[in-house]
Design a protein around this ligand. Sequence first.
Ligand code: AMP
Length: 282
Amino acid sequence: MLIAKTIAEARAAVAQLRVERRCIGLVPTMGALHEGHLSLVRAAKTACDAVVATIFVNPTQFAPGEDFAKYPRRFETDCALLEAEGVDVLFAPDAAEMYPAGASTVVEVENISDRLDGQSRPGHFRGVATVVAKLFNIIQPNHAFFGQKDAAQVAVLRRMVRDLNFNLELVVCPTVREPDGLAMSSRNHYLSAEERQRALVLSRALRHIEARIAAGVVDSARLIDAGLAVLAEEPEIRLDYLRIVDPETLEDVADVSAGTLVTVAAVVGPARLIDNVLVPPR
Ligand code: AMP
């Protein structure tokens, strides 16, 4: 696996890959890799001839006071994991490489970026859209792989790809969970054993809503009430939102149908955690 620290090195490595391979897959990450990330790498390996992963803890998507400084950084372990998966190139720039002094252009996906996590984390999706647009321009992948776990991010990036005519296919991979249902996240590292136990209420609430939908309930308000009742079992968590929305616009829907997004965010101890499910076809 070739490790590129600069944009020039990454471009040269990708140009080399392109000589003999047609389809290049990109897997952007912030590192502290787990099976969720690796599932994206495996999907990219299956769909593409060559895989470029990136590790960059992007400062512009963290607001002041958020966890940028303490975000887990495990570069050596991550490299070994990516190497074992057969990743061809790892692009791991530092912040000065990605944002040289005077950088002043941003990508703002209007309206969607202010919903769900964007409402609670103003500016977050501007940072995400800007860095992902830069990665798309640097690597110029044919396919780019993202996790359904970050459903609002998927909506923002889908819209960006469409609006800015990026010549690539965005591939969304299912959420990978721990055996007990907790959605894998680098932020799970922040949790004590007790907090981790509390965090299970998120996936439990989603599963309860799924069961109500399977039983024929379509009214979002009733489903939210059912989910809130489960979330109330853990009064120590601070609920940010439980919403039932259109997966593309992230706007609330009155009734669920196939593909509707049921999504939750809560602060558990030191970690802000998110999780979601998509309503299956009937
Ligand atoms: P992050 O490193 O948290 O920025 O995540 C990098 C990519 O991995 C994003 O596309 C995430 O949606 C995806 N991802 C994170 N956790 C999971 C998970 N549990 N299952 C599937 N994809 C995930």
